[in-house]
Design a protein around this ligand. Structure first.
Ligand SMILES: Cc1ncc(COP(=O)(O)O)c(C=O)c1O
Length: 426
């Protein structure tokens, strides 16, 4: 009886095959192993795909919270959310959301978006309402673009450094992650774009103004990218989520100069209108050749039913209403930017190109640290939370960190005092 049991537990029916993808720097390996079925009951395995998901901007918070419990008071400079720093959405936008709830905008909205919002965005973007799709923040728009464009082995050519959501989406599409470099002032390097386009490239991503660098690209660079896209018959994805937050120099929109190159622009209520919690954004398709993509995006909209309706109504009020807040916000950001530039200059081992838009700085750090993660972990113990640059730039030099300069000037000063102290004896 006992031997019968033993042999039956060895039967192939009692085992299942686990295939794990392992990415090293250069290669992808597949590890194949057998596991007894019993283990499935005891330990529920997440999918291989889910292991490719990370978000370094928030991941670092868990470590910070642990240290906070030990009594270290933290200054959080990791998340690009103006709300904790006292910035509020304009009142007329909040009123429009409240009014929409009173008027019973509580059902599912049309999947592709409230018709009036699509029309309002279309006027702003100078496209037809049918070219606009409302999404749950631009984050969902980015997800839809990857789902609609990128099959396994294909890719969207990303800038390095880049906003981490693009990295995760590329990875979970089983895309081949390819990057183009930026120069010392964080402007895209046109030769690098040319070199890194392959037969697997489906589109080129441009984030302008940029997260994580705060760069605002020159018209000449944007024109250069358009020329390359035109030569290779590739569309451009233009992430414009910070397009009104420029406090130094001119903002040129891809959409205004793209002529016959197809461009899809993404934007949201989150940054320009200081309302990230609203979770409303859009994709606007410019130019020819998008019909099948628009059909795919429509289906992606349908399967998730709709976006919060009252917040869509708030977005209408935002675009149509006063934009006074943005001038005040930019003036505040410029004060903080100037302070940041002065403090970075004054600390041995730190350097950066001054940000001209958004509210991020990507700072180079030279010192004895093995890599930027080690630097950031050490800084956590001094009570400052920033994000390791490698989260934005896996193939760069590992010598950067990203800092959000939204806090009040005195708090920012105090963060830099701590950084200076931390670096002094190194
Ligand atoms: C460059 C960039 N794109 C897109 C997003 C997503 O923004 P949301 O989903 O809030 O619209 C962010 C958020 O920080 C961002 O920095």
């Amino acid at each position: 009886m006992a031997s019968q049991d033993a042999s039956s537990s060895l039967s192939p029916n009692n085992y299942f095959v686990v295939i794990r993808r392992i990415n090293s720097n250069k290669n992808t390996f597949f590890q194949v192993s057998l596991k007894p079925y019993r283990q499935v009951i005891l330990l529920i395995e997440p999918s291989n795909k889910s292991e490719l998901v990370s978000y370094p901007i928030r991941d670092i918070v868990q470590e910070a919270k642990k240290l906070e419990k030990q009594g270290i008071k933290m200054i959080y400079l990791n998340i690009g959310d103006p709300a904790p720093f006292g910035f509020r959405p304009p009142q007329h936008i909040l009123d429009a959301a409240a009014e929409a709830l009173k008027q019973n905008y509580s059902g599912y909205a049309p999947s592709e978006g409230d018709p009036e919002l699509r029309k309002t965005v279309a006027e702003y973007e100078k496209v037809a309402p049918e070219d606009v799709f409302i999404t749950a923040g631009l984050s969902e728009g980015i997800d839809f673009l990857f789902q609609a464009l990128v099959d396994p082995g294909r890719n969207i050519l990303l800038p390095i450094p880049t906003y981490p959501l693009y990295l995760t989406k590329e990875r979970i599409s089983y895309g081949t992650v390819d990057f183009y470099d930026c120069d010392a002032s964080f402007e895209p390097d046109l030769d690098s774009i040319r070199k890194n386009i392959t037969k697997y490239t489906r589109a080129i991503l441009v984030i302008n103004p940029n997260n994580p660098t705060g760069a605002v690209y020159s018209r000449k660079t944007l024109q250069g990218i358009l020329d390359i896209a035109g030569e290779h018959k590739l569309p451009i994805i233009s992430d414009d989520v910070y397009d009104q937050m420029v406090f130094d120099g001119e903002m040129t929109h891809m959409r205004d100069i793209c002529k016959d190159v197809p461009v899809v622009c993404g934007n949201s209520l989150s940054k320009n209108y200081i309302y990230p919690g609203a979770r409303v954004g859009y994709l606007a398709f410019h130019g020819e050749g998008w019909d099948k993509m628009k059909d795919a995006v429509q289906r992606l909209c349908n399967q998730r039913l709709s976006v919060n309706w009252e917040m869509q109504r708030a977005y209408i009020a935002a675009i149509k209403g006063s934009h006074d807040h943005i001038h005040k916000f930019n003036a505040e950001l410029k004060i903080r930017r100037d302070l940041l530039v002065k403090r970075v200059k004054g600390i041995d081992g730190l350097s950066t190109a001054p940000p001209r838009g958004a509210f991020y700085s990507f700072i180079n750090v030279e010192g004895p640290w093995k890599n930027d993660t080690e630097f950031v972990r050490g800084l956590l113990k001094e009570g400052v939370v920033v994000v390791p640059g490698s989260g934005f730039a896996p193939k760069m030099d590992g010598k950067h960190f990203r800092l959000v300069f939204l806090p009040k000037p005195e708090q920012l000063e105090s963060a830099f005092d701590r950084i200076a102290e931390y670096m002094k004896d190194k």
